[in-house]
Design a binder for this molecule. Sequence first.
Ligand SMILES: *Cc1c(COP(=O)(O)O)cnc(C)c1O
Length: 365
Amino acid sequence: MIPITVVNVGAAEPLVTEVLRSGAIAQGKMVRRLEEGFAELVGTRHAIAVSNGTTALVATLQALDLPAGAEVITSPFTFVATLNAILEAGAVARFADIREDDFCVDPDAVEAAVTARTGALLPVHLYGQTADLGRLTELADRHGIALVEDAAQAIGADFAGRQAGSVGIGCFSLYATKNLTTAEGGMITCDDDELADRLRVLRNQGMRGKYEYETVGHNYRMTDLHAAVGIPQLASIAELTTARRANAAALSAGLAGTPGLALPATLPGRGHVWHQYTVRVTPDATVDRAELAAKLAERGVGTGIYYPRLVFDYPCYQRHPRVMAESMPVAEAIARQALSLPVHPALDKSDVDKIVHEVRDILGG
Ligand SMILES: *Cc1c(COP(=O)(O)O)cnc(C)c1O
């Protein structure tokens, strides 16, 4: 079976062993090393490590100190963490429909959703390609609202030469299946000294010095054990991204012209890091998405559906007083069509050839 993801962290063994032997296993010098390397990668003054990508989003929204009733505009086509973070931070979730070509929020829809209550824009750089950060920055600046990037899937992606997470406040996930992983972990990137300071205090129970509580905080800390898992990947992430790009290019070349299949695109001026290679199985395909996925599984090709429903399309959100669920026709259509094929760096040429062959064979291309 060609799996949809492979986790490869064996190179971390010596560093993890070093942490275990030292006995200093909680947040310490390994976390600082990971933060320094991460800030350098993203090109920001600061990187603040936290326990996971969800807490990166929660802490960032909390640090913005939004007024009661403030709305955060995000994508309806995202992992549930984006929505849970908005609600955990006490804000109201409002949505803007996405575009078919990049699967990210449509700046026109975001503009239409901005009100006097908007406190932040929270675009999601889905599958490893950034949203239209040019238009979104312009909108955020014009209205004086914060821009928070859900860059959980997009480490190394860029927009007009700027790294994902360096345009607004960047929130990354270092979960096991993400392009760079610490098993569980998160990172916040920014240039603002004061914001970075607030985040560091917030992460550690709101404590400035020992028993010196400055604000109501939380425990959002990462451990040195987790940081040690991630440090070796700082040096290899560029190479891993190059491998993902080569795999995506080979898939696109091989699958071009397959009937019933719309292939993912890299938009001009954007660098895609291919967290997922996601095709759309269009209504004219000879088999539907579920059947294509089932047949591929029978033939040894793993696939994933990210995401089968809009993020708020569950009773717990539909009846939530701070979730402004509205009709999102583009996202609804794409949620029925999206299917991710393996693109990870552990694929070899014969794997890519097999994926192409089986998809074409099933769809009759
Ligand atoms: C993974 C992910 C998150 C959450 O990260 P965790 O580390 O799992 O908490 C948030 N947003 C998106 C888009 C993600 O893919």
